[in-house]
Design a protein around this ligand. Sequence first.
Ligand code: ATP
Length: 153
Amino acid sequence: QPTRIVKLIRDIAARLETVYQREIDVRTDNEEVLAHVDVNTFDQLMKIFMDNAYKYSSDAIAVEVQDHGQSVEVTIKDRGIGIPEEDIDHIFTRFYRVDKARARKTGGSGLGLSIARELAKLNGIDISVDSQVDVGTTFRLTMESGGNDEEEN
Ligand code: ATP
């Protein structure tokens, strides 16, 4: 179902800004772009990545939506503690958490990302991650485009 993804993200971000009391910047190159996603699934996915960005950083969170024609890319970027390279391949595994000290401080079960991966898989959304310790983390969700609003009408 073609969804106005930027509007959806702005709504989610506005809701979470109130909860976190943290700035969330949403940027895009196409305000009208449509994506083929299930709204509820996408909402859950965003919440998992945003909750992590919030927990593992203390600055503003940046969300960017890019229209690539056939696909739409959504990135969630934080400037937080980052993920060590040796852990990157494991973070989507159930109950995996990067280190015990970190785990104790922030709470959490280590389930978020494994759920995200399952939800994404069921919805044809590709997830990739880019991270550097003490610099920050970017999660990238790539999904099928739903065309452009103008073209549909
Ligand atoms: P929860 O299930 O409550 O989300 P969690 O955050 O520990 O708990 P996941 O969301 O699965 O679990 O994340 C797995 C691990 O990946 C985290 O414990 C954390 O170490 C690391 N991680 C995830 N997102 C980030 C991020 N944005 N910045 C730094 N580390 C992250």
